[in-house]
Design a protein around this ligand. Structure first.
Ligand code: GRG
Length: 304
């Protein structure tokens, strides 16, 4: 019998939560993005093409769930949840470029540069990155967190020491033997930083206390690491159809991954251990973080 990493959250309907959060996020993104016909129309169509290509919307869901845990509203958190999704989508568009991972499929569709050409794909990524900060400016400020704090939070997570830095380390590790410590360094930056940022921004949108923000950081950090370990496992165990992106690319590109370093079984144990650490971080919420708990379980058990 499969042992649970932790008790599954009782009586929380995650499917319903994800359906509602995805609907709310999609509607907000549609409102925030320039209409597809706005000049230059090709650029705006390209931005919308990747943004509405069917991503799982996990980062915005984490942001909204964190806002709930701190007693906030979705309405206040939505601009920030959408900002994170814009950054995430930009990173995927650029990651798929021939100069990077050179991928033809993403979110079950041809990649942005396959449809719009490399030049427009680069610019669509640039514009998605930029609009994220416009969305932060649209959020309200809170007594504990000004716009300056929100901008800094997002910029640090997306910048050269985190997301982009992680991508550089990932590129440089290709074809090389890396230690477990270096692999963690890469995962902290290229994946965990933005998930951590998503939950922190959710907490900030609810004017969360410093203690709550600390707990969310700890949760986001561990859930983010688990997310990438699972992503690496799925790359070798699932089909391209199931994932909506080319499976088996990590092995082909000789990427540094946990399955390559320690094998599948040990990787699964590592992901479960990281998820348990994420659960433990939620203790200060005393049961008010059931959406976050359910999401952490879901991220560990996902198959795409
Ligand atoms: C600056 C040129 C330039 C490029 C930056 C920062 C960057 C490119 C890429 C980020 C690296 C990256 C793609 C990390 C992987 C994170 C990850 C596991 C993404 C998949 O997330 P899901 O499964 O995807 O949530 P969906 O499509 O469902 O949103």
């Amino acid at each position: 019998m499969q042992r649970h990493a932790h008790p599954p959250p009782a009586a929380f309907d995650l499917e319903d939560f994800l359906r509602r959060s995805t609907t709310a996020v999609n509607a907000a993104l549609d409102r925030y993005l320039p209409r597809p016909g706005t000049r230059p129309a090709t650029l705006h169509r390209a931005m919308r093409y990747s943004l509405f290509a069917g991503g799982k919307r996990l980062r915005p869901a984490l942001c909204l769930a964190a806002a709930e845990a701190c007693g906030g509203t979705w309405e206040d958190a939505l601009p920030l949840a959408c900002a994170v999704e814009c950054i995430h989508t930009y990173s995927l568009v650029h990651d798929d470029l021939p100069a990077m991972d050179n991928d033809d499929f993403r979110r079950g569709k041809p990649t942005n540069h396959k449809v719009f050409g490399e030049g427009i794909a680069i610019l669509a990524g640039d514009a998605l990155l930029t609009i994220a900060f416009e969305l932060v400016a649209r959020a309200r400020g809170w007594p504990r967190y000004s716009h300056r704090d929100l901008v800094r939070e997002l910029a640090e997570a997306a910048g050269s020491r985190q997301l982009v830095g992680g991508q550089v380390a990932d590129l440089e590790a290709e074809g090389r033997k890396v230690s477990a410590a270096h692999l963690r360094y890469i995962h902290e930056r290229k994946t965990s930083a933005l998930l951590r940022c998503a939950v922190r921004l959710g907490g900030m949108s609810a004017n969360g206390t410093p203690r709550q923000l600390e707990a969310l950081s700890d949760f986001g950090y561990h859930v983010g690491l688990a997310f990438q370990v699972i992503d690496d496992i799925l790359d070798v165990t699932q089909s391209s159809e199931q994932l909506g992106k080319t499976a088996g690319k990590d092995t082909a590109a000789q990427k540094a991954t946990y399955p390559a370093l320690v094998g599948l079984e040990k990787s699964r144990q590592i992901a479960a251990r990281l998820t348990r650490r994420a659960f433990a971080a939620l203790a200060p919420f005393r049961g008010r973080a059931c959406a976050l708990e359910a999401l952490a379980t879901h991220l560990l058990q996902r198959n795409r």
